[in-house]
Design a protein around this ligand. Structure first.
Ligand SMILES: Cc1cc2nc3c(=O)[nH]c(=O)nc-3n(C[C@H](O)[C@H](O)[C@H](O)COP(=O)(O)OP(=O)(O)OC[C@H]3O[C@@H](n4cnc5c(N)ncnc54)[C@H](O)[C@@H]3O)c2cc1C
Ligand SMILES: NC(=O)c1ccc[n+]([C@@H]2O[C@H](COP(=O)([O-])OP(=O)(O)OC[C@H]3O[C@@H](n4cnc5c(N)ncnc54)[C@H](O)[C@@H]3O)[C@@H](O)[C@H]2O)c1
Length: 442
């Protein structure tokens, strides 16, 4: 029987960060992967998505300067942009595996199954370890309606060879808004179908309403309160059928959430407990079996399921397994961004939480559209709602703008470092930039 100090299941951002950290600390480590090495983020998530967004950003910048140097904004050429994206993704899996091999981390291709609390079987081999880390991530959840086999996922979208003339995206989360923004910039007619009136429900309602208005002005068509009943194929097209809508489209995508990858692991054999949201862990990220940890998207947790969160948890478990800490995991404020056109970002205390506790928090909403940073590029929208505690310290922020991904990181830094107006005035920032705006915001 093979024996390792630690066996990691899943080679995404969580599993890889844990593997390298443990190896650097002198542990004998094996990583098992059953699909693409590197995981969702670089193969079929964040990175390819953001490469495709580059085309959207370039088109937006030109479109905003209509009549101010430019007459027309070119549509994104999907085939060329897709070919550019491929240059980022094609080598990811092999490079990720090779990186592990070079670091002398054992790589195993296969789907493991727990056969005891401290043993797994993969391929025909039985492997034991002092500790296991489950980092198997999530995959798209398909709607359970007749004709669901006709639905495509975000992975299919990110690899489309041709962008058709008309698409429908069911859902109203990060993925629906991001894919809709990308397809729209190619000139495709885009429909977003949501089952109630409140997409992006974790974000500030007013900013979400402004976000939708911006996207509608770009031509994206939103259908709210539509419960999809069936997907029907008609020749080469598909029709989404609901009680109140019949919508034909060339392709229909489901972006209605993601489910944890738990199949085949036989968690019960290792006494690991899970539910529909993922694997249950304690504050040390241990499952019900103290020698089996879970990290990243596969964990049932209230924190957003994002790449930097997966990395943070991996580094924490490395500390646990190398005896550097026994303290409970303590997450810093976590920024999240919907990479649409514009972008919607948030960090820390939400506006909903703040509005529910007026004795604790103050809200300050600012329209930044006329600020030099945004006026210079003639941006159509730039808004920020900041949340301060009673000591006037920034504790939360929501931003809707074309630069929200940059600004939210500065605001995250200000929150974590407790930077107030006076301390920001002690810094000299390059002008004119989003950073030099900070003392005027906070
Ligand atoms: C379209 C899209 C866009 C995204 N954009 C962003 C973004 O902009 N920013 C951001 O922070 N996050 C983004 N995310 C989320 C981000 O991709 C995840 O949070 C991140 O990949 C989680 O890392 P992980 O290692 O936990 O899981 P994953 O990256 O999913 O890796 C899990 C790995 O485990 C493997 N695996 C699964 N089951 C088994 C098994 N039984 N045996 C062996 N191996 C197994 C999988 O094949 C996979 O390689 C996006 C996600 C999607 C889908
Ligand atoms: N920029 C980023 O950081 C980023 C980008 C993409 C994905 N992600 C990660 O991937 C996860 C999954 O993204 P997602 O957008 O698929 O899921 P999500 O959970 O963010 O949103 C799903 C949306 O679909 C809606 N929905 C559910 N059932 C529906 C139905 N029958 N009809 C219409 N709408 C329905 C939900 O109400 C919700 O608005 C995110 O939560 C995040 O963890 C992050």
């Amino acid at each position: 029987m093979e024996k390792y100090d630690v066996v990691i299941i899943g080679a995404g951002p969580a599993g890889l960060a844990a593997a390298y950290g443990l190896k650097a600390a002198g542990k004998n480590v094996a990583v098992i992967e059953n699909d693409l090495w590197g995981g969702t983020c670089p193969n079929r998530g964040c990175d390819p998505k953001k490469v495709l967004l580059s085309g959207v950003e370039a088109r937006d910048k030109v479109a905003q300067l209509h009549g101010k140097g430019f007459k027309t904004a070119p549509l994104v050429n999907w085939v060329e942009l897709q070919a550019f994206k491929e240059t980022f993704t094609t080598q990811v899996s092999e490079n990720s595996r090779q990186g592990l091999v070079k670091a002398e981390i054992q790589t195993i291709e296969g789907t493991p199954r727990f056969i005891a609390a401290d043993q797994i079987q993969v391929n025909q081999a039985v492997i034991t370890a002092d500790d296991f880390i489950i980092a198997t991530g999530q995959r798209p959840k398909l709607l359970d309606v007749p004709g669901k086999d006709h639905l495509l996922t975000s992975s299919d979208f990110l690899s489309l060879k041709q962008m058709p003339e008309e698409i429908a995206i069911i859902g109203g989360g990060y993925i629906a808004f991001e894919l809709a923004s990308i397809a729209n910039a190619t000139g495709t007619k885009v429909h977003v179908i949501h089952h109630n009136e409140r997409p992006l429900k974790a974000f500030d309602a007013d900013l979400v309403a402004d976000f939708i208005t911006e996207l509608q002005q770009k031509g994206i068509i939103f259908h709210f309160n539509v419960a999809t009943k069936e997907i029907v194929q008609k020749q080469n097209r598909y029709t989404l059928q609901a009680n109140n809508l019949e919508l034909p489209a060339d392709l229909i995508f489901a972006a209605t959430g993601r489910i944890p990858n738990l199949e085949g692991l036989d968690l019960a054999a290792a006494n690991v407990v899970s539910d529909g949201h993922g694997i249950q862990v304690n504050a040390q990220l241990q499952t019900a079996n103290p020698h089996v940890y879970a990290i990243g998207d596969v964990v049932a947790k209230k924190q957003p399921k994002l790449t930097p969160v997966a990395g943070f948890e991996a580094r924490y478990v490395v500390q646990q397994l190398t005896g550097t800490t026994t303290a409970a995991i303590s997450y810093p404020p976590i920024p999240t961004v919907v990479y649409g056109s514009p972008k919607l970002a948030a960090v820390g205390v939400t506006t909903v939480e703040a509005a529910q506790q007026p004795d604790k928090y103050k809200l300050k909403t600012q329209d930044l559209t006329q600020w030099f940073s945004y006026h210079r590029t003639n941006d159509s929208i730039a808004k920020a709602t900041l949340i301060f505690d009673k000591q006037d310290l920034l504790v939360g922020a929501s931003v809707l703008s074309y630069e929200a991904d940059t600004l939210i990181n500065y605001l995250t830094l200000a929150i974590t470092q407790k930077l107030d107006h006076q301390s920001l005035l002690q810094l000299i920032m390059a002008y004119p930039t989003a950073a030099s705006d900070l003392p005027y915001l906070i």
